[in-house]
Design a binder for this molecule. Structure first.
Ligand SMILES: [Zn+2]
Length: 223
């Protein structure tokens, strides 16, 4: 067992008489740069009643500081850091073609991401599913402006089946919708697939749509 010792402040004043041992074996990611960090602790406060520590910590990589929350483990008589205070949000930045195509997709995807970062796993899937719907529908509205009203009202699955002619976008978006529906409904059809698969399929859909827009732009500019 590897650990470091800290003589913390006491929550109700003064320094603690003894040192506390803190485990360095937890794999922790810096909440600012998201790199794996060594446990570097500058100081701490001990809450004796609940036997927990709040540790002032610093990332060696980006130099930001944050709080580590540690609880006492009776078995090996060591404090283990179980969570860190919040830093930056880990936000997906989309290509400008996607930002221009569907600002709503980018906004809803960002909200789903916040839910996921907050560990609200049961609701973020539904958010990603909604984001996908805006992406696909805005893509179709761009292609068929006169059909805007029809596209808005149509089920997403029918939009994909009937209106997407690019076979790759069609097949991937269809699968993303299947998994997205699993995230929103009581019964799971695709039990072996999860949120990671849904996000990957959305990524691939984004990729193909970006590629299509970029190649069309070049064909128009270099006619
Ligand atoms: Zn960092």
């Amino acid at each position: 067992m590897s650990y470091i010792s800290v003589r913390p402040f006491l929550a109700d004043g003064g320094r603690h008489n003894d040192s506390c041992k803190i485990s360095t074996q937890e794999s922790l990611k810096c909440p600012f740069c998201f790199k794996e960090i060594e446990t570097q602790i500058l100081d701490g406060i001990l809450w004796t009643k609940v036997n927990s520590l709040q540790l002032f910590m610093k990332c060696k990589s980006c130099n930001n500081s944050f709080i580590g929350y540690a609880n006492y483990n009776q078995g090996d008589q060591i404090y283990k850091i179980s969570s860190l205070s919040r830093g930056n949000r880990n936000k997906r930045i989309f290509e400008k073609e996607i930002e221009e195509l569907s600002a709503n997709f980018v906004k809803i995807y960002g909200e789903a991401e916040i839910a996921e970062n907050e560990n609200l796993i049961e609701i973020c899937g539904g958010g990603y599913r909604k984001a996908l719907e805006f992406l696909v529908k805005d893509y179709l509205i761009k292609k068929f402006p006169p059909k805007q009203e029809e596209i808005k009202k149509k089920f997403l699955g029918n939009c994909i089946d009937e209106m997407i002619d690019n076979p790759k976008i069609k097949e991937i978006a269809k699968r993303a919708t299947w998994l997205g529906n699993d995230e929103s409904h009581y019964f799971r059809v695709w039990g072996d697939k999860d949120l990671t698969d849904l996000k990957k399929l959305i990524e691939i859909t984004v990729h193909f749509i970006t590629m299509e827009i970029q190649s069309e732009n070049y064909m128009q500019n270099m006619n």
